[in-house]
Design a protein around this ligand. Structure first.
Ligand SMILES: C[S@@+](CC[C@H](N)C(=O)[O-])C[C@H]1O[C@@H](n2cnc3c(N)ncnc32)[C@H](O)[C@@H]1O
Ligand code: SF4
Length: 307
């Protein structure tokens, strides 16, 4: 293995190993000991090395209606409508002009997470957005998730050409419908990987995120094998909506994912929530596609403007 690859791999493993410890320390500092000043100093120190990180939703629009997705349930309740009325998120797309202005006025921003509640690939201006970020040395990423169903070959090539950062691809479900969907996603992933190889590129790095439900728990191993074949990382995630398709065989799931089979079990074992209270307001503030400052990703059904 060449030295730069070895360095990148070591860095990746170190980040993976250290992340839970850093999260635990920041949680303790901020929420248990009220050390917000010290916490802010740590954030500033990190920013000196890696620049500012913000979260800016590229599209709150999504073409799918996954049954246990918070926002699709929320839409059905009438929280956000297609004309953008209601709810704080609304239904819309980040405009290139707004993105360009944001980068111009905030040169300290070095990383932008584009995904929050919708599907970033539905934004027709995504390619110019990626090109501009690349020219300005700003790393884009979609670690929160993409469904990767609708993405053109031109966009797939742009992801490589403009060295997009890490992407989490949400692939779960085992019904006939989702299987059809899944094959299309596979085609996009294979195309992207082939193009990466042809360009000698390492980015973007893809992670297969598999939410474990009762209806797909028997596919965990298959998904993991496919992820390896596609050179993707694999991550099993616990369902946040226990009323929808709960795990049927917890012992088997525990063995397959090497940990608790549900969020409730996670809490019983570790005496803390699966999702900790988030610190994004301080570390990576969330901005809506229309410029509203939301604070954190979870701000959803409030009508108050925060900034
Ligand atoms: C609302 S989605 C938006 C991003 C993109 N459309 C996607 O599906 O990845 C944000 C994240 O919520 C996750 N998600 C959806 N339903 C979930 C569930 N029932 N339990 C846990 N996570 C869920 C998705 O997999 C994704 O990582
Ligand atoms: S693809 Fe993502 S945003 Fe769209 S409905 Fe499914 S989980 Fe929700």
């Amino acid at each position: 293995m060449n030295p730069s690859r070895l360095l990148a791999r070591t860095r990746k493993h170190a980040i993976k190993a250290l992340t839970p410890a850093v999260q635990a320390v920041t949680y303790e500092l901020l929420f248990r000991h009220g050390q917000d000043k010290l916490f802010s100093k740590l954030v500033r120190a990190r920013e000196i090395f890696s620049g500012k990180l913000i979260r800016l939703e590229a599209s709150s629009v999504c073409q799918l209606r996954c049954p246990a997705c918070s926002i699709s349930r929320w839409r059905k309740r009438g929280g956000a409508t297609k004309d953008g009325e209601g709810g704080v998120i609304g239904w819309g797309l980040l405009r290139y002009q707004d993105f360009a202005r944001l980068l111009k006025e905030n040169p300290a921003i070095r990383t932008v997470e584009l995904s929050n509640w919708g599907e970033i690939f539905l934004n027709p201006e995504l390619i110019p957005i990626m090109r501009l970020a690349h020219e300005r040395g700003v790393k884009l990423r979609a670690v929160n998730g993409v469904n990767f169903n609708r993405v053109s070959e031109e966009t797939l090539r742009a992801l490589v050409d403009y060295r997009f950062g890490p992407i989490t691809v949400s692939i779960d479900g085992a019904t006939h419908e989702s299987y059809k969907r899944y094959r299309r996603v596979m085609r996009h992933i294979r195309y992207l990987e082939r193009y990466k190889d042809s360009q000698g590129a390492r980015d973007p790095k893809l992670t297969w995120q598999f939410i474990v439900f009762g209806h797909n728990e028997h596919e965990i191993e298959l998904a993991r094998e496919l992820a390896a074949e596609l050179k993707m990382n694999f991550r099993a995630k616990l369902n946040h909506t226990p009323g929808y398709s709960p795990v049927q065989d917890p012992a088997q799931v525990r063995a397959l994912i090497g940990g608790p089979a549900s969020r409730e079990e996670f809490f019983q074992q570790k005496r803390r929530a699966y999702s900790r209270p988030c610190t994004q307001l301080w570390t990576s503030p969330q901005i809506n596609w229309d410029g509203k400052l939301l604070g954190c990703w979870a701000t959803l059904a409030t009508s108050s403007r925060q900034g």
